[in-house]
Design a protein around this ligand. Structure first.
Ligand SMILES: [Zn+2]
Length: 116
């Protein structure tokens, strides 16, 4: 990834299934408000018959680095319940593991940096 661009396009890389709202630039970091968009499917049984089950507390999750600054996603995630198998799940699992404070992309980049 080019380090010369500090704009929305850079930040949005890898986020095609997510809608990005306000971008807040602070001194040493950038925070991007992010929501999952589109229809979800149940990760347990694949059913599309879901209903909303509340919101998770928004969390700031490290996503990438831009010109030496950390880019965080303020991730707003909904909880869903499946009408077919009755199990609940939280959306956005393709982006971040359940209890991680880094997105999968940030985990990969951190690994690259450690090896380089
Ligand atoms: Zn299900």
């Amino acid at each position: 990834m080019s380090k010369g661009q500090d704009n929305g396009t850079t930040i949005l890389l890898g986020l095609k299934d997510y809608s990005v709202g306000e971008v807040v630039e602070r001194e040493e970091r950038i925070v991007v408000k992010t929501e999952v968009k589109g229809r979800m499917k149940c990760p347990h049984c694949g059913s599309g018959k879901l209903y909303g089950h509340g919101m998770c507390q928004p969390r700031e999750i490290l996503h990438t680095w831009s010109n030496g600054r950390r880019v965080y996603l303020e991730l707003h995630r909904r909880r869903w319940k499946c009408r077919d198998c009755k199990r609940t799940f939280t959306e956005g699992r393709a982006l971040v593991r359940s209890h991680s404070r880094l997105t999968r992309q940030a985990e990969a980049e951190a690994l690259w940096a450690a090896q380089g």
